[in-house]
Design a protein around this ligand. Structure first.
Ligand SMILES: N[C@@H](CCC(=O)N[C@@H](CS)C(=O)NCC(=O)O)C(=O)O
Length: 237
């Protein structure tokens, strides 16, 4: 059986890492049997990041390559029948979420001083008090360095949030009145879109990103629709 190695669930979401949640959403959309294994320290992962999977004697790292592997190995028909133009649009949206808004959201969680305590408690709450703070400070230092190297971390807070809000406006306009980013039914792109949008809207970080995303009724309805369809166990009883 496929094993998905990922962080523990948090904030009432399957995962606080959109990349982990993307893979779990894909597994459910594709109807593949899987189990999850909790990893606390991503440095122990084969490439130092989560998620990764183990399947049939093989390790596959990175959500992009995991989806590719699963699609090919299990002949997942989620994208069957899409036009070339639709596939290109989906690829561009996935790249924008994976490679751009991710870093804006990373800033919000780890470096916006109004929100760092929530991140510390959600991700390191299982550690005893002094250790929790020490490990959090180390992890935050790494995030700061990563954001500086990526480039976004060189801007001031309002510019970083402004860039993220542009992505949110673009995403909301792309969805329009459709029930799914894939159209009338969820397609592969919906694994990525749902994971990122739920991670912006659900956790209690009242940042300008959450305010912007929550302000679009089509995005909040989409997150609710996907949760009801794929993770009904997370809905309040
Ligand atoms: N391109 C990777 C990105 C994965 C990623 O950035 N994972 C984060 C969690 S959201 C991680 O493990 N970070 C740990 C670290 O950088 O030390 C993918 O699509 O899977």
């Amino acid at each position: 059986m496929i094993t998905l190695y990922q962080f523990a669930p948090a904030f009432g979401l399957p995962n606080a890492s959109p990349f982990c949640m993307k893979v779990e959403t894909y597994l459910r959309l594709a109807g593949l049997e899987y189990k999850t294994a909790r990893v606390n320290n991503p440095a122990k992962a084969p490439k130092g990041k989560l998620p990764y999977i183990f399947d049939d004697g093989r390790i596959v790292c990175d959500s992009h390559f995991i989806l590719h592997y699963l699609r090919e190995k299990y002949r997942v028909p989620l994208n069957d029948g899409l036009t070339g133009h639709e596939l290109l649009t989906h690829k561009m949206l996935a790249r924008m979420l994976d490679e751009h808004i991710y870093f804006c959201a990373l800033f919000a969680r780890w470096l916006d001083p109004d929100h760092t305590a929530k991140t510390r408690d959600a991700f390191f709450g299982f550690l005893p008090a002094p250790l929790k703070q020490i490990i959090f400070i180390q992890a935050r230092r790494n995030v700061r360095k990563a954001l500086h190297a990526q480039g976004l971390g060189r801007h001031d807070m309002s510019d970083i949030y402004g860039l993220g809000i542009e992505d949110i406006e673009t995403t909301a306009a792309l969805l329009g009145e459709a029930p799914y980013f894939g159209g009338e039914a969820p397609r592969e792109i919906d694994a990525t879109a749902y994971a990122f949008l739920a991670n912006l809207i659900v956790p209690p970080y009242d940042t300008p990103l959450r305010v912007a995303a929550s302000g679009h009724a089509n995005l909040t309805a989409y997150v609710d629709r996907m949760t009801a369809r794929l993770f009904p166990e997370l809905l309040p009883a």
